[in-house]
Design a protein around this ligand. Structure first.
Ligand SMILES: [Cu+2]
Length: 127
């Protein structure tokens, strides 16, 4: 029985490497991450619903958000109940990502349409 399990494990691990691109399962690297458990209130106390909650870039650059939680989240410009309409990721699946290019300088607040306590800011500076 133990031998059976052991050989099964070997076969599985061999199969999992057949014809696979080693980079295929690399997680997308995000600038801003939604980490686990932010779907419950509490992250706002440490300003960690989006990490980092304030992200500074130069004009014309993009920001990529990655959902590393197991729940859905969104990245939506404006404030809860008052979206500004500039960008909206829609519901991001776990492991989902969203990228937005900021053409104009300014301070851009954003939030999650599903979790009112989730807030973040992108600050776009002159190049
Ligand atoms: Cu959320």
């Amino acid at each position: 029985m133990i031998l059976g399990i052991a050989s099964g494990v070997v076969i599985l691990s061999q199969n999992s490497h057949l014809g696979q691109d080693p980079d295929a399962h690399k997680t997308i690297k995000g600038d801003v991450v939604m980490s686990t458990k932010v779907s419950r209130p509490g992250c706002e106390k440490t300003d960690s619903c989006y990490t980092p909650s304030k992200f500074v870039i130069k004009q014309g650059n993009s920001v990529t958000w990655v959902n590393q939680d197991v729940a859905f989240h969104s990245v939506t410009s404006g404030h809860y109940g008052e979206p500004s309409g500039l960008f909206d990721s829609g519901y991001l699946d776990p492991e989902g990502s969203f990228t937005f290019n900021f053409k104009n300088i300014g301070t851009y607040d954003y939030f999650c349409t599903l979790h009112p306590w989730m807030k973040g800011t992108v600050i776009v500076e002159l190049t």
